[in-house]
Write a protein that binds this ligand. Structure first.
Ligand code: HEC
Length: 476
């Protein structure tokens, strides 16, 4: 013990690190009585990031970032017992980091800790939030399966819609015209060197600011922020009732951080990393590409919105949200911090969480992909058990129309709902569509007999808002 202490004193004498670590550990923090546990989210995010760094280094040492070997090296890693656990930790660690940084952002927003003098704390935090999203996004492609492939293509398409520089941006992301080996190299470098390096730098700045400005005190209705008097008032508060971060407040961070590590490692061992999807191969069409859960909601929205609004949602939505995040601490730099006096903040947080949860749930059923398991239409939907209408209903199922089209609640939602096709479409329109297909619908020109077509037409024309009695001779 004494030896250790002497070694430390010797090291500190030569380096002076205690001058840097000291303030980090025992800077005074305001006593947060009831809300104390809300303050552990930032350090827990940092712990999740460090988990990612350690497991990421381990994974990178067994992974070959080339289009020929990426998939098979990952398969090899997942097959080894330790490799499986390490990949699992990296996988659940990413989810943990997303959840924690999200909660941390919400906490800071609801308590309006971004107000004077902590605007730079907020801005560096926004940068860290975006970098975290960039990390999970680039990480997806490294798996080099259908899902990663497909999400990058969508992102490139999205980038392509940005005015003026869109084309260049799309090419920049893909490192070419399409997803290939060059894309993989680019994503690997971003995921392993560029983004983590930036995160380290900005986390350092963020922590420096935490010490420099002090941790915000829990908001109170009768203490609005006045930039002119805030600092002296805050220092007086710390002198009066502050406590050193270590150990008076930090034990909570330690306990919570430990729980985070325990949960992530536990999930990695018990549940394990997700199976790798199919290797990327443009000739496989039956894959159901699925982004990670934290992107579900976004892909669901993209696949459900009408075409005219795509640019709005893909470009202007993120741009406006980003601008709001950046402007917030300047527009609302002083005044009330208490969420009780800022009821809108609750509404905004609830709306965002609802959108993520609701569309995330929609995204789970992957509306963008055909429903291969749709059962044949039951007789109460079809209305008859034999004759051309019943035959048509069978064709509708057997030819896969039902994979993409809903009728009375049965089937997929990739194409338009055909429950009332008899009211909205003429036989000629239906025939043309079946023969020529569409952007997301195959052509059945060479894949359907004229008998099948007329049965299908009879069935679709019988889909009315008011069920029409079948003519008496329909059962022949
Ligand atoms: C892979 C999915 C898919 C399959 C399979 C499919 N469709 Fe479609 N269908 C679509 C999509 C997507 C559209 C919308 C195309 C557009 O408007 O650009 C569409 C449009 C249509 C329309 C026009 C609807 C309207 O309101 O304009 C009809 C009719 C139709 N399909 C019938 C069929 C029939 C009949 C079959 C089976 C023989 C079938 N579809 C198979 C995806 C599919």
């Amino acid at each position: 013990m004494r030896m250790l202490k002497q070694a430390w004193l010797w090291f500190d004498d030569l380096t002076g690190v205690s001058k840097i670590l000291g303030p980090l550990l025992d800077h005074p923090v305001p006593k947060a009585r009831k809300s104390a546990w809300f303050y552990v989210l930032g350090s827990a995010t940092l712990i999740a990031f460090l988990i990612q760094v350690v497991t990421g280094i381990a994974l990178a040492s067994g992974y070959v970032p080339s289009s020929g070997q990426a998939y098979s090296t990952l398969q090899f890693i997942s097959g080894a017992p330790i490799g499986r656990i390490v990949r699992g930790i990296h996988y659940f660690g990413a989810s943990a980091m997303i959840i924690l940084i999200g909660l941390h952002t919400i906490r800071v927003y609801l308590m309006a800790s971004y107000k004077y003098p902590r605007q730079m704390n907020w801005l560096s935090g926004v940068a860290l939030l975006l970098l975290t999203l960039a990390m999970v996004f680039t990480g997806q492609l490294l798996r080099w399966d259908q899902t990663g492939f497909w999400s990058v293509l969508i992102a490139a398409e999205q980038a392509g819609r940005v005015p003026l520089i869109g084309n260049w941006l799309g090419h920049f992301i893909l490192a070419g015209d399409t997803v290939g080996g060059a894309t993989l190299s680019r994503f690997f470098v971003a995921h392993v060197f560029l983004f983590p390096g930036l995160i380290f730098l900005i986390v350092g700045f963020h922590l420096y600011l935490v010490v420099h400005n002090g941790i915000s005190e829990p908001p109170s209705v009768d203490r609005p922020v006045d930039p002119k008097t805030y600092r002296p008032w805050f220092h007086a508060l710390l002198a009066r009732e502050g406590e050193p971060f270590w150990p008076d407040a930090a034990w909570r961070d330690v306990v919570f951080g430990f729980l985070v590590v325990l949960t992530v490692v536990g999930l990695a061992i018990v549940v394990g990393p997700p199976m790798l999807g199919k290797p990327p191969d443009p000739s496989i069409i039956e894959a159901t590409p699925r982004p990670e859960w934290y992107f579900f909601w976004y892909y669901a929205i993209l696949s459900l919105i009408p075409k005219w609004s795509e640019a709005l949602v893909m470009v202007w939505g993120p741009a406006i949200f980003g601008a709001a995040l950046i402007l917030l601490p300047f527009v609302a730099r002083k005044g009330q911090r208490s969420p009780l006096r800022r009821p809108w903040s609750f509404v905004i947080v609830a709306a965002i969480l609802f959108m993520i949860a609701y569309y995330g749930e929609v995204g789970k059923i992957a509306p963008w992909s055909p429903r291969m398991e749709a059962p044949p239409l039951p007789v109460q939907v079809v209305g008859v058990t034999s004759g051309p209408i019943a035959d048509g209903a069978r064709v509708f199922h057997d030819k896969g129309c039902e994979y993409c089209h809903k009728v009375s609640g049965y089937g997929g939602i990739r194409g338009p709902d055909l429950t009332y096709a008899g009211d909205t479409l003429t036989p000629a329109q239906i025939t043309t569509r079946i023969y020529s297909g569409a952007e997301n619908m195959p052509s059945y020109r060479n894949n359907m007999t004229s008998d099948q077509l007329s049965a299908l037409l009879a069935f679709l024309r019988s889909r009315h808002r008011q069920p029409i009695e079948p003519p008496p001779d329909s059962g022949q």
